[in-house]
Design a protein around this ligand. Structure first.
Ligand SMILES: [Zn+2]
Length: 148
């Protein structure tokens, strides 16, 4: 199939499909190709656009130019959503102890105080010490908005 962009003698533009250029020529000779607006059979070809389906699909392909990157972006969005959920859970159920995190975690570990959920800040050194002492803790994943 070939699509022809056609124009009548009154400059109405329209499109029509033909089996091929020979089909168009035959129909045109028999004055079967008429303008849908004014019915004129004085029709000429404007632009020929064969294989239209292929050129039509191009813009869609371009929006997903890199499907792998798109999938990764999706995954990242999911991950961020998950981290945000985790964080809000922690913030809802745990007490913020700020820079006293290592101290509080240690006190709980050695049962100097009652166990409870806490979250706070620890330096890398403190984190390493806690780890060495066998104190369980989980780093809260940073969220994109924290970097602002
Ligand atoms: Zn016309």
């Amino acid at each position: 199939m070939i699509r022809y962009r056609l124009q009548c003698n009154k400059r109405h533009e329209f499109e029509a499909w033909f089996k091929g250029s020979a089909d168009y020529d035959r129909q045109s000779r028999r004055k079967l190709v008429t303008c849908p607006e004014c019915g004129s059979a004085k029709v000429t070809k404007a632009i020929m656009a064969p294989n239209v389906s292929a050129s039509r699909s191009k813009p869609a392909e371009m929006t997903v130019a890199n499907p792998e990157a798109a999938a990764q972006a999706d995954k990242k969005r999911e991950l961020v959503a998950l981290m945000r959920q985790l964080r809000s859970e922690v913030e809802k159920n745990a007490e913020f102890v700020g820079p006293r995190f290592a101290e509080e975690a240690r006190k709980m570990h050695y049962e100097e105080v009652e166990r409870r959920g806490i979250y706070g800040e620890a330096t890398q050194e403190e984190a390493r010490d806690l780890h060495e002492e066998g104190i369980e803790f989980y780093p809260l994943p940073p969220l994109p908005e924290d970097r602002n």
